[in-house]
Design a protein around this ligand. Structure first.
Ligand SMILES: Nc1ncnc2c1ncn2[C@@H]1O[C@H](COP(=O)(O)OP(=O)(O)OP(=O)(O)O)[C@@H](O)[C@H]1O
Length: 236
């Protein structure tokens, strides 16, 4: 697996309008799974949305694969983002949503295009195809959202609390998916579960104050649950 940087932030200040939430901070993300932790309201979602180009930095720059994430356009096909809110149209069926997103993503510059049939099979969506998204459970909807995200075969995958609220079977499947993606791609996901992060991720970041504390990779130094909790408790 290549260990070159996939995403970097330099002097990044993230926030909204005149409200600064995080930074200035520097960050580099490499292939593997990185868990992003922090207290409620600490800025995890804000950081992830900024790294993906969904909201503009207030200062500094973000790059994905060496390209500046300015308005997101240049790197759109390389980034897969799953937020709290679904990107699916609730009045359309699963199949209509997948076709719609296949059309949209085919217009992205340099986009790889994973065949929809392949995604239907990989994400076990056959039984859901004719259902309206509004009738799906949260876990079912997330499966469709993940298939939508996987359409461009993104290199940088950013997932906002992808494991919360899932039943144990969906949760295990999603953990397996993240691990598999992490073998060749860079996965950044946020979580409030320290034990789950220690089990799943190889790298740990904690938002504390307006900064990011890098607790390193387990290959170099074991990180304990107590250490992560201590950083979280220390957060102003
Ligand atoms: N659209 C917005 N406009 C202005 N401020 C916002 C907006 N969205 C979030 N904030 C503020 O930014 C701060 C960080 O919020 P954010 O959602 O990034 O935190 P979080 O760490 O993801 O929280 P949680 O763990 O509760 O999901 C909060 O103070 C929040 O009120």
């Amino acid at each position: 697996m290549s260990k070159t940087n996939t995403a970097t932030a330099t002097g990044l200040v993230a926030g909204y309008g005149t409200t600064e939430v995080l930074g200035p901070l520097n960050l580099t993300l490499k292939p593997g799974v990185t868990a992003l932790m922090g207290r409620n309201g600490s800025g995890k979602t804000t950081l992830m949305r900024t790294l993906c180009g969904i909201i503009p930095p207030l200062d500094g720059t973000c790059e994905v694969l060496g390209a500046v994430v300015a308005d997101g356009a240049s790197v759109r096909s390389k980034v897969g983002y799953l937020g709290h809110a679904s990107a699916l149209a609730s009045a359309l069926t699963v199949e209509q949503n997948l076709r719609f997103w296949a059309d949209i993503t085919s217009t992205y510059p340099d986009a790889a295009s994973v065949p929809t049939e392949e995604l239907i099979s990989q994400f076990d969506l056959d039984a859901l195809l004719s259902k309206k998204v509004s009738s799906l459970s949260r876990g079912q909807r997330q499966r469709v959202d993940l298939a939508r995200l996987a359409m461009t075969d993104p290199t940088f995958i950013v997932l906002d609390e992808p494991l919360s609220g899932l039943d144990p079977v969906y949760a295990a499947q999603t953990r397996d998916l993240l691990s598999e993606w992490g073998e060749t791609r860079t996965v950044l996901y946020s979580t409030h579960s320290v034990p789950e992060a220690l089990h799943l991720a190889q790298h740990y970041l904690v938002v504390s104050g307006r900064q990011l504390i890098d607790l390193g990779a387990d290959a170099h130094r074991p990180v304990s649950e107590a250490e992560i909790l201590a950083v979280l408790e220390d957060t102003p």
